[in-house]
Design a protein around this ligand. Structure first.
Ligand SMILES: [Zn+2]
Ligand SMILES: [Zn+2]
Length: 549
């Protein structure tokens, strides 16, 4: 025990559970000595500062750490031995509190079965059925519904459930066996256990090394989180918010690959650095940012609370950003998240700024199917902007658009797949996404053109799109098609593939192009020395975007 440390319980005197020190300790096992060492008054430590006290204190701290599975690194040990006795005591207490809060050791846990894990019932189903039976059917002053014993049923306090002393072992349960809630410690149902053993303290047979946090520890930790290529878990997001509390925009790497993370970070800095909004490059990026600003999920899975509103300056900044995007891609992108934008429009009031940001107002008018009031300045500004774009038409009072997507859909619907192919050549990603649709629709004499178009397009396409196209080309007919809903949900939608099989020569030509591209990219990657692949993996279905992994 560290001198002065209270046994067992933690009190968060100067360290909070979600401090930067806690995050650095948990994520990287780095000890931030600047925040963990409390300032010590001179008079207090002058007479205490004797080498013997430090030595004893350090040994005690190391013993406490080893019990929890940790060791001090050499540099951290040196730092500790340079402290005064009271400073060391404060440091040790803070460090142990953080480690205990992290592991849950700061709270007292009492297992339901006091001889856990030995006494946990082997058949949990019959345990459950007995509980439900006793709870529903047992009446006071009646024999036990489970064993028939007439004298063994008594109520426990305070839940008043009727518990049979024969059927439920009072030396093992720590709570009411029927409702599992705590009962009064003095209740006669609870009997002292005959072999209560103290739990062992070392929870791991491998000790982890705690090291001294370098001055730039917070920054390097932030950096590692920001450059990750997969979406952050809720815990990572919370950590990032804590770590960013002292950050400034110079910390931001040029590229933050995950959209959600980028939105969170931009939302954090936007107040003081409005120019950062240009790092939201598409309308959907802006939408994520708005969600983050409204404390909603930047992954766009759950909408923001209706009551939440944005300050006028922020609304103007957001609309100005949308206004600078090319009108056609802006509208197309907004139509992809139509419902979200409609909801956000209630907050942004785009028509309030229509004369200044007419492109943004026009985009909202399209998405919301607004009836334009041409007698108002805002209505005239939007109509005037619409007249500048060939893809927008004013139909009565409403704007209608023919976007790239609607032209492609139209070509397919009218039985002109060749025209759809020509359009899709302009957008490689879209072409690869619609590969199977094209392959089914195109007549045999245009199959060569499709393979050529794919060969040109494939080098500009992300790996996720290539693998998912490959999966579709290879799916044998009659097999299951799997649909992985994006984010959060663990449910997979399946349906039997009843579509006509692709012509085999075309399927093999297309998959040849896709595989060739994947191999070409793989040869540029660093070599792996030895790899073992489980053949069973071939049968494992997983989402290409690994969002849930
Ligand atoms: Zn009984
Ligand atoms: Zn109960």
């Amino acid at each position: 025990m560290v001198p002065g440390a209270a046994p067992g319980r933690a009190s968060f005197s100067f360290t909070r559970p979600c401090s930067q020190a806690a995050v650095l300790l948990r994520r990287r096992r780095l000890v931030d000595t600047t925040t963990l060492t409390p300032p010590v008054r001179r008079s207090a430590w002058q007479w205490l500062r004797r080498p013997l006290t430090i030595h004893a204190g350090l040994s005690a701290l190391q013993a406490d750490l080893i019990q929890r599975g940790f060791l001090l690194s050499v540099s951290l040990y040196r730092h500790c031995s340079s402290l005064s006795a009271p400073a060391l005591a404060g440091f040790g207490r803070g460090l142990l509190e953080l480690l205990d809060a992290e592991s849950g050791n700061d709270a007292e846990h009492e297992p339901l079965f006091r001889r856990f894990p030995e006494s946990v019932p082997g058949n949990t189903e019959s345990f459950y059925v007995d509980r439900v039976f006793a709870r529903m059917l047992q009446e006071a002053e009646q024999p036990c519904v489970l064993c028939g014993d007439a004298k063994s049923v008594h109520a426990v306090a305070p839940c008043a459930h009727l518990v049979c002393r024969t059927c439920w072992d009072g030396t093992d349960f720590s709570a009411c066996p029927l409702c599992l809630r705590r009962i009064n410690p003095g209740d006669p149902f609870l009997k002292p256990s005959y072999d209560e053993v103290q739990p062992a303290h070392v929870r791991s047979d491998r000790l982890q090394l705690l090291t001294l946090a370098p001055a730039d520890a917070v920054r390097t930790t932030v950096d590692a989180v920001l450059v990750r290529r997969s979406p952050l878990s809720a815990a990572d997001r919370a950590d990032l918010q804590v770590l960013l509390s002292d950050a400034d925009p110079s910390w931001l790497p040029d590229e933050i690959p995950v959209h959600e993370t980028r939105a969170l970070v931009l939302a954090r800095f936007l107040d003081e650095h409005p120019q950062l909004i240009d790092r939201a490059r598409t309308a959907t990026d802006v939408l994520r940012l708005v969600y983050a600003l409204m404390d909603a999920d930047p992954g766009l899975r759950t909408p923001p609370a209706r009551r939440k509103s944005l300050p006028r300056a922020t609304r103007r900044l957001v609309l100005a950003r949308l206004d600078r995007l090319p009108a056609e891609t802006l509208i197309e992108d907004m139509l992809r998240h139509e419902r979200a934008w409609k909801r956000i429009a209630e907050n942004l009031h785009p028509f309030e700024f229509a004369t200044r940001h007419p492109v943004a107002a026009m985009a909202f008018a399209v998405v919301r199917r607004t009836d334009l009031d041409l007698s108002s300045a805002a209505g005239r500004a939007v109509a005037g902007e619409a007249s500048r774009h060939a893809f927008v038409r004013l139909d009565g009072w409403r704007l209608t658009v023919s976007t790239f997507t609607s032209r492609v859909e139209g070509a397919f619907a009218d039985g002109r797949p060749g025209q759809a192919l020509d359009l899709l050549r302009q957008r490689p990603g879209e072409l690869v996404r619609r590969l199977v649709q094209l392959a089914r629709a195109l007549p045999a004499d245009q199959h060569g053109a499709l393979v050529n178009a794919l060969t040109t397009a494939v080098s500009d396409v992300s790996p996720v799109v290539i693998t998912s196209a490959l999966g579709q080309v290879r799916t044998p007919p009659g097999d299951l098609r799997l649909f992985f809903p994006r984010g959060g949900t663990a449910r997979i939608w399946t349906s039997v593939d009843e579509r006509e099989p692709l012509p085999p020569e075309l399927a093999s030509a297309l998959s040849g192009v896709l595989v060739g591209e994947m191999l070409r990219r793989a040869t540029d990657l660093p070599r792996l020395r030895r790899v073992f692949l489980d053949e069973e993996l071939a049968r494992l279905a997983g989402p290409g975007s690994e969002r849930n992994s």
